[in-house]
Design a binder for this molecule. Structure first.
Ligand code: GLP
Length: 251
């Protein structure tokens, strides 16, 4: 695992976009694993900007999103379907039929999880997976305690996650209680992983991640055992890392 320290949120986003665009140019039929949340917003904006300036094509790209709320459809403004359309898909030339997101409205949710996991395999697996990190160390919606062997599954969201995500809803009650998420084993199968972290609110978890052990209590800690992980974080997110750990990880 290596850590690239960026000066600020904007520089972090530019670096992340650069790496994603590089992957798309090198392998135009790449399978990308995508994340949602606030952190990655500017990265998507930079990708859209590059598309408009340089016409990088996504025509043969396939994407798999990490997660989706159960009970929210594509037309609900808080669904991750809606988010992806609004922040990325409708601005680039990717055919919508090549964008995959778990269906939070499926009649048979366990079956939907199996279907989604299979589909990733049928597409040849994920070349590059982008992750954010929750303040409790979650990746996707894999909350602390999730088995490292988990594949796509249903989760009950941690109370702290619902509170954190309630900023996008009009009240906490409206935040769904459950979600479908790729599992930790699903994420770990990706050939390359980029994790983004920005701001003071991520500083504590980033120090726990970089200074602590590999433990299911911090789901993101499993990434230390993956052969190709790059963390791109800004100065604020890395502000609590001790000097020694800095030497080990930070470029
Ligand atoms: C959310 C999402 C994750 C996201 C993380 C961080 O709950 N399920 O995929 O990466 O939490 O979100 P943010 O970037 O808004 O801090």
């Amino acid at each position: 695992m290596k850590v690239i320290e960026a000066n600020d949120y904007y520089a972090m986003s530019q670096k992340a976009a650069e790496m994603i665009i590089d992957q798309v140019r090198k392998k135009p039929d790449s399978v990308l694993g995508l994340a949602t949340g606030e952190t990655i917003l500017e990265t998507y904006a930079a990708i859209v900007n590059d598309y408009q300036q340089n016409q990088t094509s996504y025509r043969h790209i396939r994407t798999f999103n990490l997660d989706e709320y159960i009970g929210l459809g594509a037309d609900h403004p808080n669904s991750y379907h809606y988010y992806m359309n609004e922040h990325l898909f409708r601005f680039i030339d990717i055919p919508m039929s090549q964008t995959y997101i778990p269906n939070g409205l499926a009649d048979d949710i366990p079956e939907e999880c199996i279907r989604y996991e299979k589909l990733i395999g049928q597409c040849g697996g994920i070349d590059l997976q982008i992750l954010g990190i929750g303040r409790n160390g979650h990746i996707g919606f894999n909350e602390p305690g999730t088995s490292f062997d988990s594949t796509t599954h249903v989760v009950e969201l941690a109370h702290s996650t619902r509170i954190a995500n309630s900023r996008f809803f009009s009240s906490l009650e409206e935040v769904p209680t459950h979600a479908i998420t790729m599992g930790i084993a699903t994420i770990m199968k990706s050939r390359q992983i980029i994790l983004l972290a920005s701001g003071k609110r991520k500083a504590h978890i980033m120090s726990q991640l970089l200074e602590g052990e590999v433990t299911p209590n911090i789901p993101a800690s499993i990434l230390k055992t993956h052969p190709n992980v790059t963390i791109i974080a800004d100065k604020e997110a890395l502000s609590l890392i001790g000097k020694e750990q800095r030497k080990v990880y930070v470029q």
